[in-house]
Ligand binder design. Structure first.
Ligand code: OAD
Length: 258
């Protein structure tokens, strides 16, 4: 394996002449901003629950106020965090690459918040809503935002009367088809894929680095630890996203200015 400095140069070399780049991000992308992973998120009032009992349609139908309250709590946490420099580095990277898309498993919306322009959210977004029966969209502005921990009754859909849920992918649900098709097409056409902060254990997103590699792309992994994605990577940058991504963009910019 290359040392980090060599890996940064190898990554910058791959990116320098790339026309099409896909950046695939997972929960590790947000950990330095203080967003706990799915399981770590269950602290305080919510520690008594199993996440799989909060992130399924069956759980929501059993107790809509409990599940809605949990998501309201996560939304509040996420609004308070500050995206780390790795997020800003990806915004800068867009200036160097003719076509760059971010395909994220995260539902926290941080890529959009910092200004990345082409973001595909494979697992949906905590800030979008639809009703549980017909998936009629529901306006964000009408969603109650409790200030404390605890249960929160969801609003009802004005069209069909069913309770409103967050537009995220729950266990046992399929990925949104349009987003999935677009992401798979982008990956198959990419020259470089940067894979940041994912364990590569959650399907179908975990296939993406392997699809990119099979299609001839150079795959670069950014992760402090080995993962199931490591087998697909041509270059591995072992380190946290908040450090590696700014260093990578700086290395790329140096090479361009020289
Ligand atoms: P995981 O929580 O499975 O994996 C996080 C990865 O991030 C691990 O490989 C860590 O080594 C790495 N990591 C930790 N800190 C990092 C840092 N500072 N910089 C870079 N990498 C770091 O997260 P995902 O692979 O994203 O799905 O899988 C999470 C998915 O599983 C979620 O999207 C959710 C959950 O079930 C659904 O809701 C459908």
């Amino acid at each position: 394996m290359l040392k980090t400095i060599d890996a940064l140069h190898a990554s910058a070399d791959a990116l320098r002449y790339a026309d099409r780049v896909v950046v695939a991000t997972g929960a590790g992308m947000s950990s330095e901003s203080g967003i706990p992973t799915f399981r770590d998120a269950l602290t305080g009032f919510w520690a008594r629950y199993d996440p799989e009992d909060l992130a399924t349609e069956a759980a929501f139908r059993r107790n809509p106020a409990r599940v809605f309250g949990w998501y309201a709590w996560r939304r509040r946490l996420i609004r308070q965090v500050v995206p780390h420099p790795g997020y800003h580095a990806l915004v800068q990277l867009e200036r160097h690459i003719p076509e760059l898309a971010i395909v994220t498993q995260n539902v926290d919306g941080l890529h959009r918040r910092v200004g990345s322009t082409r973001v595909l959210e494979l697992h949906g977004s905590l800030e979008r809503f639809s009703c549980v029966d017909a998936r009629h969209p529901f306006p964000h502005a009408l969603v109650p935002e409790p200030t404390g921990d605890g249960e929160c009754e969801p609003p009802r859909c004005p069209r069909c009367g069913s309770p409103v849920r967050p537009d995220v992918v729950w266990f046992g649900e399929l990925l949104p088809e349009r987003v999935m098709t677009e992401a798979w097409d982008l990956v198959a056409a990419s020259g470089v894929m940067l894979v940041v902060g994912t364990s590569g254990l959650v399907q179908p997103a975990a296939q993406l680095p392997f699809i990119a590699r099979d299609a001839g792309a150079t795959v670069i992994e950014v992760n402090p630890d080995p993962s199931a994605v490591s087998a697909a990577a041509h270059v591995t940058c072992r380190g946290p996203a908040g450090v590696v991504l700014p260093a990578l963009v700086a290395t790329l910019a140096e090479g361009i200015e020289r």
